[in-house]
Design a protein around this ligand. Structure first.
Ligand SMILES: NC(=O)c1ccc[n+]([C@@H]2O[C@H](COP(=O)([O-])OP(=O)(O)OC[C@H]3O[C@@H](n4cnc5c(N)ncnc54)[C@H](OP(=O)(O)O)[C@@H]3O)[C@@H](O)[C@H]2O)c1
Length: 265
């Protein structure tokens, strides 16, 4: 019942997609600070390698960069093969890499639809299909392996911006989480999702010139999310404390979804 036992993730091996910045970096940092070896991926190799080196040094832990484009099956194969070369098994798969696209309904492009769906939904499914084998090697009834899919509150609420494929993709992530959880719980692999609200990142920042003041003001907690909020939740889900939580989509949004007043009458 001690904190160190309930939330211990030491000596585990994790794979975090989109670990070079934003939410993926927050989760990676939380893992590294607590003794997890982490493989991170993203497309831009120099930034990814620099981040892996920076985090390895800061947390005195092993962070390994594997650059690849996960929106294609070739990229997913490449990524999997690189991890498999080094590891006989992994404990956690964090499907975090994601993209957004905004365009008016009338001109919304097929490119904006496919780009978002390919990365946010298709890649999660095929990464899970591939990595299941490595996750199974470590999975036991008393200490199951874990998958966390990063969804969004935009998959729960109706987004205010014209991001049609994004909201639909994130709702799909939440449902896919339940479907995969139902299948994989029998193999001691627990699948859950986190639906973040506003967290400082390139994705959110590019929409507001990295000024989060207004977003913070509108939030029930009067702030945006922090690395501690995100890392803490991911560590909970991956630790002994989260071992009876299956198929959930847990919001981390300062209360936006649960406290919004939808009564407009
Ligand atoms: N920040 C928020 O407020 C918020 C809210 C709700 C949900 N989310 C979700 O959180 C996740 C992380 O987003 P973020 O806000 O941290 O965004 P971000 O700062 O843009 O980071 C996205 C990460 O994914 C990588 N990535 C993008 N396309 C990729 C591809 N095709 N293959 C491999 N890696 C790729 C990026 O690196 P490269 O560009 O080098 O590939 C980067 O590491 C996403 O799923 C997003 O939808 C974020």
């Amino acid at each position: 019942m001690k904190i160190n036992d309930l939330f211990n993730v030491e000596n585990k091996v994790a794979v975090v997609t989109g670990g070079s910045r934003g939410i993926g970096e927050m989760i990676t940092a939380g893992f590294l600070a607590n003794g997890v070896k982490v493989y991170i991926s993203a497309r831009k190799a120099p930034a990814l390698i620099e981040k892996a080196n920076e985090l390895s040094e800061k947390y005195e832990a092993e962070c390994i960069a594997i650059p690849c484009d996960l929106s294609t099956s070739e990229g997913i194969d490449e990524f999997y093969n690189s991890v498999e070369k080094n590891e006989s098994g992994i404990d956690f798969l964090i499907n975090n890499a994601g993209a957004a696209w905004g365009e008016p309904l009338e001109s919304f492009s097929e490119k904006g639809w496919d780009k978002v769906m390919d990365l946010n939904v298709k890649s999660i499914f095929f990464l899970t299909q591939k990595f299941k084998n490595l996750l199974s090697q470590k999975a036991t009834e008393s200490d199951p392996s874990r998958i966390i899919n990063i969804g969004s509150i935009d998959g729960l609420n109706v987004p205010s911006m014209e991001t049609y494929s994004y909201g639909a993709s994130k709702a799909a992530v939440h449902h896919l989480t339940r479907v995969l959880a139902a299948k994989l719980v029998n193999e001691n692999i627990l699948v859950n999702a986190i639906a973040p609200g506003p967290y400082p990142s390139n994705m959110l920042g590019s929409a507001v010139n990295h000024d989060y003041t207004e977003i913070a003001k509108r939030n029930p907690r009067k702030r945006v999310g922090t690395p501690e909020d995100m890392a803490g939740l991911a560590i909970f889900l991956c630790s002994r404390a989260g071992a009876y939580t299956v198929g959930e989509t847990i919001t981390s949004d300062g209360g936006i979804v649960k406290t919004a007043n939808h009564n407009l009458s």
